[in-house]
Design a binder for this molecule. Structure first.
Ligand SMILES: [Zn+2]
Length: 65
């Protein structure tokens, strides 16, 4: 299965960071490659991302009429 990359933004310097979906879960955090700030994922973030992915999967699965 292909690894989904999720775009998150550093709250400090607004650098765009690509995070693997498998690394994105509530309570996890990554370091911004630019300024070194901790970027934490909260429940709302992960929920939003999963909802977005759900929409994409629906689009793929739904046959065109
Ligand atoms: Zn940063």
């Amino acid at each position: 299965m292909a690894e989904f990359l999720v775009k998150v933004y550093c709250p400090k310097c607004y650098t765009q960071i690509n995070v693997k979906l498998s690394e994105l879960h509530p309570g996890a955090s990554i370091k911004c490659p630019k300024c070194g700030a901790d970027v934490k994922f909260n429940k709302e973030d992960t929920k939003r991302v999963l909802e977005e992915l759900g929409k994409i999967e629906d689009t793929i699965k739904t046959p065109e009429k």
